[in-house]
Design a protein around this ligand. Structure first.
Ligand code: ADP
Length: 163
C-alpha cells in the first residue's frame, strides 16, 4: 500500500493546497495531510484550527486523513511508515527551497522520496501568505480558501482585533 504525506504549514489552507490533495489522493492509496507545528513561527490559525478545517475539507476523500507533527518531517514520515512526501510547486521561486528540502530529506533517509505536483494554472498565484495579507488588510479572501476555512480566518481576525 502506498502511503504519502503532504506536509505544510497550511496557515491557512488554500484552494491551491486542496487541489494538490485532490490530485495526490488519486495517485496514492492513502494520503495524510500533515500540519507542521513550528513553535518559533507565529501563525494566524492555531494548529487545532488548521487541523479541524482541513478535516472538513478532505471529508469527500475516504483515503485522505489529517494529522499534525512537530520535529523533523523525515522522522514523522518514517514513524508513519510513509514512502512518499508530496509537495506542490508553483513558480520557479518555489524550486530552490523545495529542491534543497528534498535533497536534505533524501540524505536523511533513502526510504522516503519526494514527489512534486505542479500547481493548477488558476491557483498558481495563491499562497497562504497572500491570503493572510488580504485578510489582515480587510480584503475579500473567501474565493481563495475552501469554505470550511472561511470562519476560522474570520474568528482569528476578530480575536486579534479584540472584538
Ligand atoms: P510550507 O510552510 O511547508 O511551505 P505551505 O502550507 O506554505 O507550507 O505549503 C505546503 C506545500 O503546498 C508546499 O509544497 C507549497 O509549495 C505547496 N503549495 C502552496 N500553495 C500552492 C498552490 N497554490 N499550488 C500548488 N502547491 C501549493
Amino acid at each position: 500500500m502506498s502511503l504519502a504525506i503532504y506536509p505544510g504549514s497550511f496557515d491557512p489552507p488554500t484552494l491551491g493546497h486542496l487541489d494538490v490533495v485532490e490530485r495526490a489522493s488519486r495517485l496514492f492509496d492513502h494520503l495524510v495531510v500533515a500540519v507542521g507545528v513550528n513553535s518559533s513561527k507565529s501563525s494566524m490559525l492555531t494548529c487545532d484550527a488548521r487541523v479541524r478545517a482541513l478535516e472538513q475539507c478532505v471529508a469527500p476523500w475516504p483515503n485522505v486523513s489529517v494529522d499534525s507533527f512537530s520535529g523533523l518531517l523525515i522522522d514523522y514520515a518514517l514513524a508513519r511508515e510513509a514512502g512518499i512526501i508530496v509537495r506542490g510547486l508553483r513558480a520557479t521561486s518555489d524550486f530552490d527551497y523545495e529542491f534543497q528540502m528534498a535533497m536534505v530529506n533524501r540524505r536523511l533517509s533513502e526510504q522516503v522520496d519526494t514527489v512534486f505536483l505542479m500547481t493548477r494554472w488558476e491557483y498558481s498565484y495563491l499562497s497562504s501568505s497572500i491570503v493572510r495579507e488580504v485578510a489582515q488588510l480587510g480584503g475579500n479572501y473567501s474565493e481563495m480558501v475552501p469554505p470550511p476555512v472561511r470562519k476560522p480566518i474570520a474568528d482569528a481576525l476578530r480575536a486579534r482585533s479584540g472584538y
